[in-house]
Ligand binder design. Structure first.
Ligand code: DGL
Length: 271
């Protein structure tokens, strides 16, 4: 038995962890942030895959039977290879899930105009993963995508409310909205973006709904565990949580509390 592993390149996955913990309060969790090598957003496929696979192996070595890649960039660039090629050979009894599928499964429930905007890192948008996944669940939906290359560093450095930060954010949202007047839904396809959800909603205006992924990932995970009792049976349930970071723990602890709304005490790991 072991905890559910939650992985992100940095702090963004904490926004997902917060929602998952609410939905599964008795479960154990182990969070890993690869903060020393973040952001992943502008990195190549090969590098994101290599870093993510190292993280997955570490979380398995800690006893996690199931890992959630709470990072769109890792889900877009590494998940498929890990699920289809590496797990069957190296860890046939373990599971790794991402955050893109839960979102694309839900998009058609949210939009009325079938014109949906997606904001993400350069890596997520360039991979076209949202469009590819959406084609399976809602081919009638037209997707408009825009990469916000500066947002993760802005958020991590707490510059998103500075005048320059606000201007960059507003410019990116408006670039997305000029792609179609009919967009009625914006999906925040990066786990860092919930921290600026209010800012984005204000720019988008009252007729456009803005969705973060945390709640939907949590809801789909609960359903997954109900349908996969053999995985659920291997997850320990003592309501414990521990944190690992590839950065210095003091750096992680400071910023993590901003994302999670409570203080944390992380341990260091070198991947
Ligand atoms: N939080 C990650 C995501 O959801 C991206 C952060 C990064 O660029 O490393 O895409």
């Amino acid at each position: 038995m072991g905890p559910i592993g939650i992985f992100d390149s940095g702090y963004g996955g904490l926004t997902v962890l917060g929602k998952i913990r609410k939905a599964l309060p008795n479960y154990d969790f182990l969070y890993l942030g690869d903060n020393a090598r973040a952001p992943y957003g502008n990195r190549s496929f090969d590098v994101v895959h290599e870093f993510t696979w190292q993280a997955v192996q570490f979380l398995f070595s800690q006893g996690c039977p199931l890992i959630i890649l709470a990072c769109n960039t890792a889900s877009a660039k590494a998940l498929r290879t890990i699920q289809q090629t590496q797990l069957p050979i190296h860890f046939p009894d373990k599971r790794v899930l991402g955050v893109i599928r839960p979102s694309t499964e839900s998009i058609s429930e949210w939009t009325k105009t079938n014109h949906v905007g997606v904001l993400g890192t350069q890596g997520t948008i360039q991979s076209n993963s949202y469009a590819i996944e959406l084609e399976k669940f809602a081919p009638e939906v037209k997707l408009f995508q825009h990469a916000c290359s500066m947002w993760v560093p802005l958020i991590e450095n707490n510059y998103h409310e500075s005048p320059a930060g606000k201007e960059i954010i507003s410019d990116d949202v408006n670039q997305l909205l000029t792609m179609s007047e009919k967009i009625d839904t914006i999906v925040l396809a990066c786990t860092h973006y919930p921290l600026i959800e209010n800012q984005i909603s204000k720019i988008a205006g009252p007729t456009i709904q803005v969705f973060s992924q945390g709640e939907i990932v949590a809801k789909k995970l609960v359903a997954y565990l109900q349908n996969h009792q053999e995985i659920d049976a291997n997850i320990s349930k003592d309501a414990s949580i521990s944190y690992f970071t590839t950065e210095h723990p003091s750096v992680f602890n400071d910023k993590a509390s901003m994302f999670l709304g409570e203080s944390v005490a992380a341990s260091h790991v070198h991947l």
